[in-house]
Every structure is written in structure tokens, then in C-alpha cells.
Write a protein that binds this ligand. Sequence first.
Ligand code: URP
Ligand code: ZN
Ligand code: ZN
Length: 460
Amino acid sequence: MSVLIKNGRIITAADDYTADIFITGETIAAIGRNLSVSAEQVIDAKGLLVMPGGVDPHVHLDMPFMGTFSSDTHETGTRAALFGGTTTVIDFVLQKQGHSLHEALTEWNKRARGTAVGDYSFHMAVTDYNENTKQEIREMIEQEGITSFKTFMAYKGALMIDDRQMTALMQEVKKQGGLVTVHATNGDMIDYLVAKHKSEGKLAPLYHYLSQPEVTEAEASARFTDIANYTGCPGYIVHLTCEGALNAVRNATRRNQKVFVETCIQYLLLDASLYEKDFEGAKWVMSPPLREPKDQATLWAGINQGLVQVVATDHCPFKWEQKLMGRNDFSKIPNGHPAIEHRMELLFSEGVNKGKISLNKYVEVACTNPARIFGMFPRKGTIAVGSDADIILINPQEKHTLSVSSHHMNVDYSAYEGKELTGKVKTVLLRGKIAIDRNTCQVAKGYGQFIKRNKIVQTG
Ligand code: URP
Ligand code: ZN
Ligand code: ZN
């Protein structure tokens, strides 16, 4: 199978030029002006932007959590991702406390293999670090191509590890060539505030927000950064939301330390005023919670300063009936919200089209950096000869409106209902195949491949 994309304006993290792209099989074979090749399929991209497929390194598909499962499977979630221009996602395998990493991986493989529509990889969440787990770190990296290890400094009793485990894990991961990622919030402080609010009869979603003040994230981010510095292990903070936490990372740069930072699209665009909508606020109950406009400003600036390298989603959808589990108690509302489908278009519309970030920065934070940081570059995350032909075509001026009635995620509400965007993903290629065109998905369940990742190279 061969495809020729003609006359497109190609944007990568570094370049902006007009050329044709010739694809044979799954990869890009040639890029040049007026290529004289014959192809089985020709796409005229005049007037469109041609960019690498998006890489979302933070999604939770079919994940057991807070007494239920996130509602998108690997099939529905990766298909929805494709509709929005994300061709590769990294999902989280959760070790069960008292069990091995391999057991968890077997479980997740059963869910994802043969069902994913788009490409995917796994982070391994280490929730119980001990001598057995230590042995498994090397095997995950060398045999399974899983090179990043997720830790939680919150969710005590289910997912949280303590600082003793964190230090030991980081030493081992550094030795084996991996990266430790972290949900950096102070679990004990949060648990205290949750209990306090409940004892005072404060049970609405607003108290989810008030139980996780900025200091809980700033403190944990600084602590994680210090442990990463001590151990020398590459570190990555997931879903960073606020000024205090980003300042902890900014401070670390003064000792020439690099900690990677991911924020998520919702923290750039939505704010905590949504928790004032009584129980409807449950739609945005996630951890950390949405913050304040001043934090949004800090995050946009952080992207342009190079302090925030990645914009992800933390896609963790729950249907309304699942959210209702916390009708009378905010601490029982499953944490998470749907976003996998909308990240690329939201960031384009609100970031690029509103002049907050450049086109190159857009590709950098949504495609290239996640691929590079997590050991998939240059196979993923760029447009270059030899790379996978994961390519999206965007009409930069087309307007459309987000709604539950038109999205493809398996969830019965939209976190962005009625929001009008400028910039629409028109065509998506995944490994050389047209996956999305004319608003239909043209690849089947099972087309998505597991992407083994390389060891982590700490870049500047
Ligand atoms: O609220 C969230 N973020 N749910 C998913 C689990 C996590 O903490 O990332
Ligand atoms: Zn988290
Ligand atoms: Zn998450």
C-alpha cells in the first residue's frame, strides 16, 4: 500500500514548510517538493496543516478504580483518540498491592491486545515496591519495553507508596535505564482534609476541590524533585496543575536539575468555578482538581518557558451513573473525566489559534516531547523519513462544536458541552493506513499495536 500526501504545509517541532509525503507500507519513504512517484492513494492537503499524529502519554482505559472501571475500553478509547488526531496513547498498568508487576501486565494485555484500534503502550504503576518488584523492574525494561514506572504519593491503602519505597524504586529504575513518573500530591494531608470536611457534613463536589489545596501538590512536587535529585533518577510529574508545584520544579532548575513536567488540557482551559455547580460539579471531580485562572496563566507561560514539556489528558472517564456513586459523599465520586478525543483540537483552537503557543510548540508538547521522553522517538512524534506514517491533516479555520451527541468516547456527558472550536482534524493516518476520514473510522478493532519503548535518554 502506498499513499502520497500532496501540497500540505508540514509542521514539526522544528520546521514549517510545504512538501509532499510519500508513504510505503507503514512508514514515510520520502518527503520533498513535487515528488514524482505514483501511489495507490493520493490525498490533496492544499490549505491543510500536516502534522505528526498526537501522542497522549496519560490515559486510563478500562481501569479498575474507586470501586468501578473507567468507561472507555482499549477499543473505544483508542478509536475516540484517533477521531481527535491522537494516534498513540500510553495507558497505565496498575500493580495490585501484594501482587507482582507481571500479574498486572498479564491482566492488561488481555484487555488491550486485539482490541485497541490505535497504537498504545503501557506505563507500569508500582504500588508495592519490595525485593520481588525490584527484580521485575529490569525485566519490564529489557523484555517488555516498558521503561516508565508510575508512582502515587496519594490514594493511601490502594496505590500510594511511601518515601522509603520511592527512594529505593528510583535507585533501581535509574540503574536499569528507566524513568519514574509521579502523581505528586500529599496523600496524608488530603486524607486529613477529606475526613475533616466529611465530619463537618460538607459532602458536595466542591469539598473535593477544597480537600486538595495547592500546597498539597506543591509540597509533594518539591519532595519528589528532591528525591529524584538525590537518586539521580529521571523524574516526570504527571498532571501538574498549579503555580506552587511548577515553582518547585523551577527551583530545581537552579541546581541544574531537570524534572519533566506534564500538564493536561483541562488545567489549561477549565477552572475551579465549575465546582460551584452543585452535584453537576462531579463531572470535573478529578485529582488534582481544577485550579484558578492564575494557575492557568502559569501553565501557559511554563509551556513557553520550556518548564512544561507535555500536554496530556489524564483521560479517565466515568458515566454519570458511576459519578452518582458519590451523590451523598464527594469522596466516593470516581476521580477522572473524559478528554482523550479532544486534546489536539482544544489545544489547537485555544492555544495556537488564540496566539498562546506557536505551531511548532503545539507539535512539540502534543506529539514530539511525549514520544521523545518516553522512548518512542523518532518512530513516533514527528514527520521524517523512516518514521511511522502517523500523520494528521488539520483544517485550521474550520469551526465545530463539542458535544456528547457527536463525540466517540464511551461516556454519556461531555466536559466541554457546547464549546465551539476553530480547527478540525480532517484526516488521520496511522502506520500508513487512513484511519479517520470524512468523520468515519476506517481501521478495525485490533489494528492498534503495542509499542515497545526504548530506555530513557535524559535530554536537556
Ligand atoms: O482523577 C484522576 N486523575 N483520575 C485518574 C487517576 C489519576 O490520579 O491519574
Ligand atoms: Zn493521578
Ligand atoms: Zn491519571
